[in-house]
Design a protein around this ligand. Structure first.
Ligand code: SF4
Length: 342
């Protein structure tokens, strides 16, 4: 039997390039993306000889090991060990009738946001298309669901998806493909810290997914303090790209804003934020900051969070506060750092 690393990854192949022809290829796609098979033995309607031949050449799984960490609130953090020994994470959230998974696009992240445990780790490498997809397939299988029962995907885990455009877009194509995960583009959200050229590419890609923008400050000075790589792109450039995205797709843009005490939670910043997004269809998610060991920040007190939200609302920006899930197992926003919970 060939080593897993030497085999071709089935999930890396576009559906039209899976092995087999016509009917056989459709059967294989069905086993992978509809039934969620993770072993060749499960594919009982494929001839045994064909299964053995394919099992020599192709691999189904991208992980050497997976450790699930269930949170008290029902979400589960998955710590995936990849075939080269690197690690990444996803978080499964079983909201009522809305099974959602937050997946990663990288090992670590190069953006280095000061409030984010992943940023503190630095950059490992980009995930492959197959590694991005298999986070969904494994979690569905582990939860006892067919893959298509997971109806919402957010690319908001480790990494900046718009700095791994080729692999991320190919993975999204497989999520949308009728013989793939057959998802609606409205149920896939790509979250970016604000990479203008990536936002233009997403607008032109025709994928039609939702865009979430994590600006985290309405002014360049504050933004550069908390997102070290932000000096490369000014807010005005990012806003041009976002307006272009909106003009091309007509999709409402989600805004993600992590509130840090005394840094980006002042009233004037709420008013400035509202000014930036005037005339655009947006929805603001305020994220109370989730603490992690050694972090250089404090969370904004609840009263100020509610005041910040009220100011945005008064200025015409629909706003929700996203009290995070999975805090107890380090699965909440900004906490992903490959740590095993105590
Ligand atoms: S908040 Fe997002 S972009 Fe910033 S370091 Fe963390 S994972 Fe990267």
């Amino acid at each position: 039997m060939a080593l897993l690393q030497d085999q071709t990854s089935l999930l890396s192949l576009p559906i039209e390039q899976l092995p087999g022809e016509g009917y056989r290829r459709r059967q294989l796609a069905g086993w992978l993306y509809e039934k969620g098979a993770r072993q060749w033995d499960e594919m009982t309607d494929l001839p045994r000889a064909l299964r053995s031949e394919w099992a020599e050449r192709f691999r189904i799984s991208e992980f050497a090991d997976v450790a699930p960490y269930p949170s008290q609130d029902g979400s589960v953090k998955y710590l995936y060990t990849l075939l080269d020994g690197q690690k990444t994470e996803a978080v499964y959230m079983p909201y009522l009738n809305r099974k959602t998974i937050c997946i990663s696009s990288m090992v670590g992240c190069p953006a280095g946001c000061t409030f984010c445990a992943t940023g503190r780790m630095g950059f490992g490498r980009n995930l492959t298309t197959a590694e991005i997809l298999d986070q969904i397939l494994f979690a569905a299988h582990h939860q006892g669901h067919a893959p298509r029962e997971i109806r919402n995907v957010v690319l908001m885990g480790m990494g900046e998806p718009l700095l791994n455009v080729e692999n991320v877009f190919a993975a999204i194509e497989r999520m949308l493909h009728p013989q793939g995960l057959a998802m609606s583009p409205r149920r896939i959200t790509l979250s970016t810290v604000g990479i203008p050229r990536g936002i233009y590419k997403l607008a032109e890609s025709g994928l039609g997914v939702r865009l979430a923008l994590s600006l985290h400050a309405p002014d360049d000075e504050t933004r550069q303090q908390i997102i070290p790589t932000a000096h490369r792109y000014r807010i005005a450039e990012i806003m041009d790209a976002v307006r272009h995205y909106y003009a091309q797709t007509g999709r409402r843009v989600t805004l993600e804003y992590t509130l840090l005490r005394g840094v980006n939670d002042h009233d004037w910043q709420a008013r400035a934020l509202a000014g930036l997004f005037k005339g655009l269809s947006v929805h603001m998610n305020l994220i109370p900051w989730n603490p992690w060991e050694g972090a250089p920040h404090q969370g904004t007190p609840k009263a100020q969070i509610l005041k910040f939200a009220a100011t945005l609302e008064q200025q015409g920006i629909p706003t929700s506060v996203r009290w995070s899930r999975g805090r107890d197992v380090g699965a909440a926003c900004g906490q992903l750092a490959l740590k095993q919970p105590a």
